[in-house]
Design a protein around this ligand. Structure first.
Ligand code: NAD
Length: 218
């Protein structure tokens, strides 16, 4: 890691997770130089994001934020519900929404009356990993739905042994009530990849004292 951290030709480093059980994930992530941490998982970047300072922002939530800003302009004052509290998606997503002045609720596996909580939301971000768990009748009319989940399910209609990808939201029913909704596949996934490249460009600009292109980060 030291070799990569000290190499000026390397602007971005990420560790493909999960790691094998015998390796200490936190130790390895935190050995990346924070300014090259293009996944935004280093404890320094988590702290900077949490205090609203310039940081490297995790790619998936960053992509979700970009779509929300693109669609709404401002999300200030909107009610946002994030379902899922992982360090990779749920928590940084909630932080980004809060930094943009949304009123944020983080729901999780212990949340009481999840349908009632989701029904209050102008913005729903589902990041759970349970196929189609959010049906259309949980969604408020006109709400914006960001489906982060990627779940592979059996698809016998496509032939024996075939599978297909679905999100955490039941797309057909939710699309009838939502004002806007991201599909799975083809929504958050490609934005995540784009944001990884955006973070790498940001890291390169910062390392070389160059002006950062507008709109690439939070
Ligand atoms: P995770 O397993 O770390 O976290 C899941 C969260 O969901 C937990 O906080 C848990 O409290 C919550 N949860 C579990 N059951 C629940 C329930 N019944 N009701 C409410 N909340 C519940 O998962 P993760 O890493 O945050 O990923 C979530 C999903 O997003 C997965 O499907 C993953 O594949 C997908 N994902 C997609 C991208 C992308 O680029 N599109 C990137 C990262 C993750």
């Amino acid at each position: 890691m030291d070799q990569l951290n000290n190499d000026p030709a390397v602007h971005g480093i990420l560790v493909q997770l999960p790691l094998p059980g015998h390796l200490n994930e936190d130790l390895i992530i935190n050995s990346i130089a924070p300014e090259k941490d293009v996944d935004g998982f280093h404890i320094s970047n988590v702290g900077l994001l949490g205090t609203g300072q310039k940081s490297m922002v995790p790619c998936t939530p960053l992509g979700c934020l970009m779509m929300l800003r693109d669609h709404h302009g401002s999300i200030s004052g909107m009610n946002a519900v994030v379902i899922g509290r992982s360090n990779i998606v749920g928590k940084p997503m909630a932080q980004l929404l809060l930094n943009d002045s949304a009123t944020v609720t983080i729901a999780h596996s212990r949340t009481k009356d999840l349908p009632g909580v989701v029904k209050q939301a102008d913005i729903v971000v589902a990041a759970v990993g349970r196929p189609e768990m959010v049906p259309g009748d949980w969604i408020k009319e006109g709400a914006t739905v960001i489906d982060v989940g990627i779940n592979r399910i059996d698809a016998p209609e496509k032939g024996e042994g075939k599978t297909r990808l679905v999100g955490d939201v039941h797309f057909e029913s939710a699309a009838k009530v939502a004002g806007a909704i991201t599909p799975v596949p083809g929504g958050v996934g490609p934005m995540t990849i784009a944001c990884l490249l955006a973070n790498t460009v940001t890291a390169c600009c910062r390392a070389n004292g160059l002006e950062e292109p507008e709109g690439l980060t939070a």
